[in-house]
Design a protein around this ligand. Structure first.
Ligand code: BES
Ligand code: MN
Ligand code: MN
Length: 455
């Protein structure tokens, strides 16, 4: 293992050069405009895995972007198999004018690399590519069996991956799964994430009159779809921040005593949190702390709302329809499809007769809550402590990773979320960046993890 760790130190520059090549490919999965680039990115990652010494490197084709598979299964049947998951697709770059450097021309400033995908998730998944390379090139073998599954549709809902996991469950069979696609609680504070929220994402359109109307001639007589939609959206939550969809809280699992203790031990400072966001006050469900609201309670947000005239200057018009995109974040033991049905029924129940309601479910993710005492979590604790010199803390995460729940429910593999990002990474935002300390330290943590899990 010593040799592998040394290999990391002597190959830093090359690792970085390769990461930069990976980052230069605009693998934006939500727009067909980048289809060729996204496929080219998959091919690039495959070649890198091959060069690292992985075997059976192949693309599993789907109706969407391909899933990269690779393995190294020569450690013997008595050694465990670890599945490493990540994603090679990235978010769009808008608003592009807010970037200090072009998003696909990565630059290093100090100890940080800037560019789209640096933290989410190319930089993090690449950590494991290089850990395997370091071990194979120094020892010619790995301490345990390893499989990679790297997808290209995470940022738009992992819509085809569920089928791959179900139909290829034999191929993907493993004892443990490891995912690096979350973040630490703070810089310098290694963190294990033990829960992800789920997601139910959809859009509602209300349609009124059959053509745009003069707001003077018809205003006050005909219901305006935008006014209607706003009234409906105002009924999603009450003044105490409680979501008003009937039955929404039915299966919500409360935060345990043990977790309350874990949360209270984190170095959370509400003043700093507000200052960082530029807000004077926070708001949410009454009776819960900010961390509980963001990690362990359902939440509902309108992500975009449009309709009518939005160009420059005035135009007095009552338009024909208005749309809102809505995300509902879910916690254990809610289910994305069930919740979507409840939301749709509620929207229909509060809509006036004057409009027609269409609800379209776009994608979802199931919530994840992993066992804190599992072997991979305990092993990860050791690996992070050895690599970064500090015992990790535990947190939940408010975001979602579409497919992780299936690792437990279909592959029956205990999972650890060894996130290596930081809260300052600006994921999904301009100036996304990644700490090189976390990148190189992460490679060492991955090496130690694989070594330890084999014991
Ligand atoms: N890596 C993120 C999940 C995440 C978010 C981790 C925030 C840590 C902090 C992932 O790539 C992501 O963005 N997920 C989407 C999922 C959706 C498109 C199904 C999300 O949470 O919105
Ligand atoms: Mn991600
Ligand atoms: Mn993301």
């Amino acid at each position: 293992m010593k040799n592998a760790l040394q290999f990391v130190d002597t190959n830093k520059q090359r690792f970085l050069d390769e990461l930069i090549d990976f980052l230069k490919i605009p693998s934006i999965s939500n727009s067909p405009k980048y289809a060729d680039d996204t496929k080219r990115c998959a091919a690039w990652a495959m070649n890198n895995l091959k060069a690292a010494g992985l075997e059976n490197v192949e693309l599993i084709e789907t109706e969407g972007y391909p899933v990269i598979y690779a393995d190294w299964m020569n450690a013997g049947a008595d050694k465990p198999t670890v599945l490493i998951y990540g994603h090679y697709d990235v978010q769009p770059v808008d608003p592009i004018e807010k970037w200090d450097n072009p998003p696909f021309e990565p630059v290093i400033k100090g100890n940080t690399i800037f560019g789209r995908g640096t933290a989410d998730d190319k930089g993090q998944v690449f950590v494991h590519f290089k850990a395997i390379e370091a071990m194979l090139k120094t020892n010619g073998k790995l301490p345990c069996n390893v499989k990679f599954m790297v997808e290209g549709e995470e940022e738009c809902g992992s819509n085809h991956l569920e089928e791959v996991i179900r139909t290829c469950s034999e191929k993907l069979k493993c004892d443990y799964a490891i995912v690096s696609d979350t973040e630490w609680f703070a810089a310098g504070l290694p963190t294990i994430c033990y829960a992800l929220r789920g997601l139910s994402f959809g859009e509602v359109t209300v349609t009124g009159p059959n053509r745009d109307l003069h707001s003077g001639t018809f205003g006050g007589a005909v219901d305006n779809p935008i006014n209607v939609l706003c009234r409906m959206m105002a009924k999603l939550t009450d003044e105490n921040g409680k979501i008003l969809i009937p039955g929404l809280y039915d299966n919500v699992l409360p935060v345990s005593e043990k977790e309350h203790k874990l949360f209270s031990e984190l170095p959370y400072n509400e003043e700093k949190y507000m200052e960082d966001l530029g807000v004077e006050a926070l708001n949410g469900e009454k009776g819960y702390t900010t961390l509980e609201r963001a990690w362990a309670r359902p939440s509902i947000d309108i992500n975009g709302i449009y309709g009518g005239y939005t160009g420059e200057g005035a135009k007095t018009v009552i338009t024909t329809s208005a749309t809102a995109k809505i995300s509902l974040r879910l916690v254990a033991n809610q289910n994305s499809m069930e919740v979507s049905k409840k939301l749709e029924a509620y929207l229909r129940s509060i809509a006036p007769k004057s409009v027609k309601v269409d609800y379209k479910y776009l994608h979802g993710a199931e919530p994840v809550l992993v066992e804190l005492d599992s072997k991979p979590v305990k092993t990860c604790e050791k690996a992070l402590e050895q690599a970064f010199g500090k015992k990790p803390v535990y947190m939940r995460e408010g975001g979602s990773i579409g497919i992780v729940e299936l690792f437990g429910s279909v592959l029956k593999a205990p999972t650890v979320l060894m996130g290596l990002g930081l809260p300052t990474d600006n994921i999904h935002s301009p100036n996304e960046n990644y700490s090189l300390d976390n990148f190189f330290g992460g490679i060492k943590a991955s090496i130690i993890f694989l070594e330890e899990i084999a014991k």
